[in-house]
Write a protein that binds this ligand. Structure first.
Ligand code: SF4
Ligand code: SF4
Length: 219
């Protein structure tokens, strides 16, 4: 069953996010993006070729069985040497997978896909929202932390004026998402990304329910 519905970002957008970063490691996902033909082995290999043609150095690639799973930490260990030689990880999973990888590694993550929407997961337990499937993933500029779901106001430019000592003005028991983003980018030496302006999202004109058509015929 596919849970995360994704589409590939235009290559130009991926290259723009990479900027000066030359050495990259590519990560795909063996579950949803393999089934959707957006980030499985074939698409990872195609991305490798495109990045090499764009004068990037691809240090390696892997397809994690389930990128959003906690076992991802273990899977990443197998390629740690190549990853630590890389300036960025180009990730071809849904945004949940991008966030999972970024939790385990202090290497900048660049999403190569936009997550359109996530199917309902039925089962026991508690689920926490990690991605609103906004269709314009900016995790590449926010250190892999999603402000749309982590900031109480869903601000795509932050922090607001209310953050105090790292806590959110709406809930003082909660860490301010934009302070976390600042700290993550600072650790990665990428604070300049905080200055990038992101246009506000207009949710009122989003057609619901979301729909997409897979192009299963491939040349
Ligand atoms: S910015 Fe946040 S809500 Fe939008 S696709 Fe990325 S993770 Fe999901
Ligand atoms: S304090 Fe931080 S998390 Fe809270 S609303 Fe403002 S920017 Fe968002």
């Amino acid at each position: 069953m596919i849970r995360s519905i994704t589409k590939q970002k235009p290559l130009d957008e991926v290259l723009k996010s990479l900027g000066e970063m030359e050495r990259v490691f590519i990560i795909g996902c063996g579950t949803c993006t393999t089934m959707a033909h957006t980030g499985g082995q074939a698409e990872v290999l195609a991305m490798q070729q495109k990045l090499v043609e764009s004068r990037k150095v691809v240090t390696g690639f892997m397809v994690i069985p389930v990128a959003c799973d906690n076992l991802t930490e273990e899977a990443l260990q197998q390629n740690l040497p190549a990853m630590s030689e890389s300036q960025a990880l180009v990730i071809m999973s849904c945004a949940f997978g991008v966030q999972t990888v970024s939790r385990f590694l202090e290497i900048p993550v660049i999403p190569a896909l936009d997550t359109l929407f996530i199917g309902k997961e039925m089962g026991p337990g508690l689920f926490q929202e990690v991605c609103l499937q906004c269709g314009e993933c900016i995790l590449g500029e926010t250190g892999g932390i999603c402000p749309v779901t982590s900031c109480h106001k869903g601000l795509v430019n932050g922090p607001c004026g209310g953050t105090q000592e790292g806590k959110c003005e709406v809930d003082r028991n909660k860490d301010c998402a934009w302070t976390l983003i600042y700290e993550r980018l600072q650790k990665q030496g990428r604070l300049a990304a905080m200055r990038k302006f992101h246009p506000a999202k207009n949710y009122q004109v989003e057609p619901k329910p979301g729909k997409t058509i897979f192009e299963l015929e491939r040349s």
